[in-house]
Design a protein around this ligand. Structure first.
Ligand SMILES: *Cc1c(COP(=O)(O)O)cnc(C)c1O
Length: 327
């Protein structure tokens, strides 16, 4: 099976490669969640990563692993925003041309963040799939190298380094809760977790609007879903009908997938702010949201991955002030 290509050794190699170009983010105990749940609940504060999300790990690993000739051609990829920002940063550091293709569902603040890193930005269509057509064109016509935001082994191995930073200091962890979209993050983290402790559980959380991996796992094969606007904008998009790695990884290594509503995501953002004093985006708040909603019961040692901070600040301001999302 292809997924067996990704092992702990790949994660260690990725860790060595990206060392010094990414930061090791804090793993801190949540006092309120621990007391409320009678468990040791810790947060992996990956929203404090450079570029504001873990996407920098995979993007940096993938760029550094390119051949010289590929680096000269430049890179491109689709993005819901955070991968584009990570890839733009990594490409700029390496002096590589970078073109990010995005749908018009991507929030303005994320587009601006990418442009500020000198990447070229092409906004195409209303979904990730339509943006992918532009990536395919750039590969065919301009010879750019496409780097998938999740279904790429160097990207998955890079994201998996986050799992090493949980299992290293805290090998006793028995439940790891991870925001889920295309599955690059949870796939890499699950390789780290299950390699160290096969009985530890890994649970994915995503929004109930257009949950591509959830529907695909239910169907037993990758399926397409309709994309909707969500507070968890970074969790949008499909998993690709010709998925190579992440579908198998999630099917084989992930114990459960939990869905949360827009109201629950807003509660997660509020809790992160008022209780944990952290500014997080919707996609990063889904683990906290699932715990608060009682949809995941923490076990003795529970780690929640908090994956990004790139939220539109006026929107954040409204949510923490009590405004609820429509729908
Ligand atoms: C991309 C992203 C995710 C989901 O990662 P996948 O590898 O696509 O599953 C979760 N949270 C944030 C903040 C992201 O940017």
């Amino acid at each position: 099976m292809e997924r067996n290509d990704i092992s702990l050794v790949d994660l260690y190699r990725a860790r060595n490669r990206i060392h010094g170009r990414t930061v090791k983010t804090p793993l801190v105990r949540s006092k309120t969640l621990s007391e409320a749940c009678g468990a040791d609940v810790r947060l992996k504060l990956e929203h404090l990563q450079i570029t504001g999300s873990f996407k920098l790990r995979g993007a940096t690993n993938a760029i550094l692993n390119l051949e010289d000739e590929q680096r000269k051609r430049g890179v491109t990829g689709v993005s819901t925003g955070n991968f584009g920002r990570g890839l733009a940063h990594a490409a700029k550091q390496a002096g590589v041309r970078c073109v990010i293709c995005m749908s018009n569902l991507v929030p303005e603040n994320k587009v601006d963040g990418i442009k500020a890193l000198d990447a070229e930005v092409n906004i195409i269509g209303r979904s990730q799939d339509e943006a992918q057509v532009e990536v395919d064109r750039l590969v065919a016509e301009e010879g750019l190298v496409a780097l998938d935001p999740f279904d790429h082994r160097d990207v998955i191995a890079g994201q998996g380094t986050l799992g090493l930073e949980i299992m290293g200091p805290w090998p006793q962890v028995d439940l790891v809760v991870v925001p889920l979209s295309g599955g690059g993050l949870i796939g890499g983290v699950a390789v780290a977790v299950k390699s160290v402790n096969a009985s530890a559980r890994v649970v994915g959380v995503t929004m109930d609007r257009g949950a591509a991996m959830y529907e695909s796992i239910r169907a037993g094969k990758p399926v397409q879903v309709e994309e909707h606007a969500s507070l968890a904008d970074s969790l949008g998009g499909g998993i690709g009908l010709d998925n190579h790695y992440t579908f198998d990884l999630v099917r084989d290594l992930v114990d459960d997938i939990v869905l949360v509503s827009e109201t629950e995501i807003a509660n997660g953002i509020r809790h992160a702010y008022w209780q944990e004093k952290q500014i997080v985006e919707g996609g990063a708040a889904v683990g906290i949201a699932a715990i608060l909603a009682g949809k995941i019961k923490p076990t003795v040692n529970t780690c929640l991955v908090v994956s990004g901070c790139n939220i539109d600040m006026p929107l954040h301001h409204r949510i923490i002030g009590g405004e609820n999302p429509e729908g």
